[in-house]
Design a protein around this ligand. Structure first.
Ligand SMILES: C[S@@+](CC[C@H](N)C(=O)[O-])C[C@H]1O[C@@H](n2cnc3c(N)ncnc32)[C@H](O)[C@@H]1O
Length: 323
């Protein structure tokens, strides 16, 4: 009998766009860097530490919802392959895999993440824990190739957890969701976890933790640029700054220059001048309204079939079906 390998990982490097994105972002006014560049090995590890922080409610709240929602999700979808965008450590994915085991459905998991180290380590851990699991990982930007990859099961459940959708602006979010709808076939499903609007102190505390882990995560981006592009950012001359922008319903994370300074990235031959107080915008984390989001998904051909929330109404999990 032929046996198929349980783990395969395809790699679609993003190196070329990385260089150009850094040049563009640091040459713009105001300056910005895309959040996908947080996730080198250290960044991925720091994000896992953020998920454990007492102030960072999203991960444990979404996990709580998934515990009760996982079996009903697959009772609705029937057997299907699980494709997860921005899978990270895939810790919460285990609730979905447990439900597949309980329902005796096949276990085919396609994690898609820009970070090769977290993808490899999470895949190995899951394979050890689920003897019947097959993993077909994809190291790629989830805005790219994954949609063209072959299917393993006739029906697909596309999973996007952790409110990572919130990293997109309203316009980008609409484009991204339209692409998702386009990539799915009728009767496929889309499972989306989103952080909801709530009291500002709760939101701001989640991105300004008392142990300084979020600050370290944000500043690590500069350490990464120093390493990758032979740069001379002095990390002691920048500070983490996170606040809630009420107009745009989003937490914004910035790195703020503490003094006038000039930074040189030798491998890009790029000099970047900073005024005192000038910032690099490194991440937005939009907070959603379920009614608005449900309306948009319906317009795009992804009507919601079921929504779960935690008792405090902090986080939402939407199961949508491609019509
Ligand atoms: C906020 S974390 C969420 C991780 C996990 N889904 C969770 O809910 O805890 C975002 C994850 O998406 C990955 N990521 C961010 N931007 C990406 C992109 N453009 N393409 C692929 N992966 C990306 C990161 O490497 C990271 O693992």
């Amino acid at each position: 009998m032929l046996s198929i390998p349980r783990l395969e990982i395809q790699d679609f490097p993003v190196a070329q766009t990385y260089r150009q994105d850094v040049v563009t972002g640091l040459s713009s006014i105001p300056k910005f860097l895309q959040p996908k560049y947080f996730y080198d090995e250290t960044g991925s590890r720091l994000f896992e530490a953020i998920c454990e922080l007492p102030e960072y409610y999203p991960t444990r709240t979404e996990a709580l919802i998934l515990q009760t929602a996982a079996v009903p999700i697959f009772q609705t979808t029937g057997p299907c392959e699980l494709v997860e965008l921005g899978s990270g450590s895939a810790t919460k994915t285990t609730y979905l895999l447990d439900a597949l085991v309980q329902l005796q459905y096949p276990l085919v998991y396609v994690p898609v993440d820009v970070s090769p180290t977290i993808l490899q380590s999470s895949a190995e851990r899951l394979l050890a824990d689920y003897p019947q699991l097959i993993v077909r990982g994809v190291v790629a930007d989830y805005e790219g190739v994954w949609a063209r990859l072959p299917r393993f099961e006739s029906r697909r459940l596309l999973v996007f957890l952790g409110s990572t959708l919130g990293n997109f602006s309203q316009a980008e979010c609409e484009t991204f969701l339209a692409k998702i709808a386009d990539s799915l076939q009728p009767q496929d499903y889309f499972l989306l976890g989103v952080d909801l609007r709530k009291a500002v102190p709760l939101l701001e505390a989640a991105y300004n933790d008392s142990q300084g882990v979020t600050a370290a995560f944000n500043l690590n981006l500069l350490a990464r640029l120093n390493r990758d592009f032979d740069g001379n950012f002095d990390l002691t001359q920048f500070e983490h700054w996170a606040f809630y922008n009420k107009q745009l319903h989003q937490i914004e994370m910035h790195l703020r220059s503490l003094c006038p300074q000039s930074v040189y990235l030798s491998k890009l031959d790029l000099t970047v001048e900073f005024a005192a107080g000038e910032t690099i915008h490194t991440e937005s984390s939009r907070k959603f309204d379920l009614t608005e989001l449900g309306g948009l998904l319906t317009e795009l051909g992804l009507p919601t079939v079921k929504v779960w929330q935690d008792p405090q109404g902090w986080f939402g999990l939407l199961l949508c079906r491609r019509t």
